[in-house]
Structure formats: structure tokens, C-alpha cells
Design a protein around this ligand. Sequence first.
Ligand SMILES: [Zn+2]
Length: 81
Amino acid sequence: MASTDASALHYWHPIPADGRRHAFRGGRRWDGRASATTVCGAEVAMAAVSEMDWIYRPTCGYCWQRLIDEQRERDRAAGRG
Ligand SMILES: [Zn+2]
């Protein structure tokens, strides 16, 4: 199931200025940094968000698809042994 590869770690965080929830690499949750690069390649300003942001911000489809593709790639590689 879940990979133990550290490079596979990512977290999601809503970006109010962008209106969507993007994925970020390098951990399980936001570490408080002021800016970060999304999995879909955008440099965005990070800020603490409210519970409502989590509820209302839709997930970025590009981040989502990219993570799915990468997971498939890892599964394929692991299956090949
Ligand atoms: Zn994104």
C-alpha cells in the first residue's frame, strides 16, 4: 500500500490566494515556511488557514493527477522487483 520511500512524502495545503488546495513535497504537513513550490510547479505564498479553507478549497487536479501517476510508477517499479 503506502510507500515508505521518503521522496514519496507529500502534504496538502489550501492556498487562499489561489483558491485551491495544492500538494507539496517533503513531509507530512506544512512546516511553517513562508513560501513553497506546489507539486504542479507553482511558487505560492503559504499561510495558516482556517477550517473553512480546508472545507471550501477544491483540490488542485494537476497536483492530484501527478501524485497518482508517480504512485503508479512506483508500484510498477516495485512489482518488477
Ligand atoms: Zn497544484
